[in-house]
Ligand binder design. Structure first.
Ligand code: RNT
Ligand code: ZN
Length: 412
């Protein structure tokens, strides 16, 4: 079907495809560095991520150096319509000597900033509270030992400084997301003290003022992780309360809730208490497995809520998945495009008509419209979006993904 035919089909329902395409172009997705190298980072080449997060698989072509990771990300961007962002973790520093986590500085990330400036993209940042000897007990900011807490507080403060400088240099706020693995494998007897320690450490970390024009603090909750099954100190209730009180962003990761919960339902609810939201778009399978996101109901519903509740202006969309059994560049491309496709579908829904039906308690019409809409030619509108951005689709895309994967598969 041609775009013109699709455009007319949507117009018939009162939906303006041009307006949807214009809006989609303005929505940046923050592509996470860690899909490119299985969450290894550049401090040591053989470490495991720890903290209950795990990339499985041994597909050839993992990026081993910052240069390789940048080349891979550039290829991925060339297969994705629009301008996006890059999300760095502190352990991806690009420097000859490896400073400890409490010694990192902006200079250690300068090559990343130069690269981002050259591409005209923004950077986001994350302190790394895992894959380190001082995190081996799965306790960092809530550790009973004050010395260990102070070490991580210093890491967090430096990360905020670095993020602020990234934002100032690149001219757009850098979101600095705090996730700590802290928790207990077996049932603790004193959850309260652990939570008080986490709160006090966060307060100390966030105390030095940072200009919101340059950086935005975010906090990420989690239900449980492998190795911390009994209790996660930074649970949803903990961080929802914390973010509401302190005015930070709340990060909602799609894998960090009970499998039958969908964050689509939470967006409107939390947005009444926090100004801005960070998303970690992910696909949990049975647990927080971080599979590459599909264009499935979870993502479609989430995107629809972002549009319907008018939350796009205060939501930062980041991705969080890592699959080492497939081409890592293809994983980035497939996942990022799926996020965009979900947003496009949401922008093409006849939401006014649906809202009128719902308000009139006409749930039959609401259901019949959403189901009839599943047959609408979304693909033709996506084709047009990628064509205008000069990005391939279909078999041409698959050929490009294959070609690039072959070019990196002899990496050691
Ligand atoms: C872990 C969190 C966290 C990490 C990244 C690497 O469960 O989701 O966001 O995936 O920081
Ligand atoms: Zn996450």
């Amino acid at each position: 079907m041609t775009y013109e035919t699709a455009k007319a089909a949507f117009a018939d329902w009162g939906v303006d495809t041009e307006a949807a395409l214009d809006r989609l172009k303005t929505i940046p997705i923050s592509m996470h560095c860690w899909q490119g190298d299985d969450v290894v980072g550049f401090e040591q080449q053989t470490g495991t991520s720890g903290g209950g997060i795990q990339a499985t698989g041994n597909h050839p072509g993992r990026a081993r150096t910052p240069d390789e990771l940048r080349a891979d990300a550039e290829f991925a961007y060339s297969m994705i319509p629009g301008k996006h962002r890059f999300n760095l973790h502190a352990m991806y520093l690009d420097t000859d000597k490896t400073p400890d986590r409490d010694e990192i500085e902006f200079a250690h990330f300068a090559p990343w900033v130069d690269w981002a400036r050259g591409l005209g993209i923004g950077l986001d940042f994350n302190p790394t509270f895992f894959a380190h000897a001082k995190a081996d007990d799965n306790l960092t900011l809530s550790h009973p030992n004050a010395g260990i807490r102070d070490f991580w507080i210093e890491h967090g403060r430096r990360s905020r400084d670095i993020a602020a400088q990234m934002g100032a240099t690149l001219g757009a706020p850098c979101v600095n997301n705090i996730w700590v693995p802290d928790g207990y494998k077996d049932t603790p007897v004193d959850r309260m003290s652990a939570r008080r320690r986490l709160e006090a450490s966060l307060d100390a970390m966030l105390e030095p003022p940072q200009d919101k024009v340059h950086m935005l603090d975010a906090v990420e909750s989690k239900l449980f992780g492998i190795g911390v099954e009994a209790c996660t100190v930074g649970s949803h209730e903990f961080y929802f309360g914390y973010a509401s009180r302190k005015g930070t962003l709340l990060c909602l990761d799609m894998g960090h809730f009970h499998p039958t919960e969908n964050i689509a339902d939470k967006l409107s609810a939390v947005s009444l208490s926090v100004d801005e939201i960070l998303l970690h778009v992910s696909r949990p399978m049975r647990w927080d497995s971080d599979h590459v996101i599909l264009l499935n109901d979870d993502i479609l519903q989430m995107a629809q809520e972002l549009v319907s509740a008018d939350l796009l202006g205060r939501t930062h969309i980041g991705l969080d998945f890592f699959d080492a059994t497939i081409s890592r560049t293809a994983a980035w491309v497939i996942g990022t495009r799926n996020m965009q496709k979900a947003l496009l579908r949401a922008l093409l829904m006849p939401l006014d008509q649906l809202k009128t039906a719902e308000d009139g308690l006409n749930f039959t019409t609401r259901l019949s419209v959403t189901e009839e809409f599943k047959d609408m030619p979304f693909g033709a509108v996506w084709d047009e979006f990628s064509k205008r951005a000069e990005v391939p689709n279909g078999q041409a895309l698959i050929r490009e993904l294959d070609r690039y994967q072959k070019s990196v598969s002899d990496r050691g």
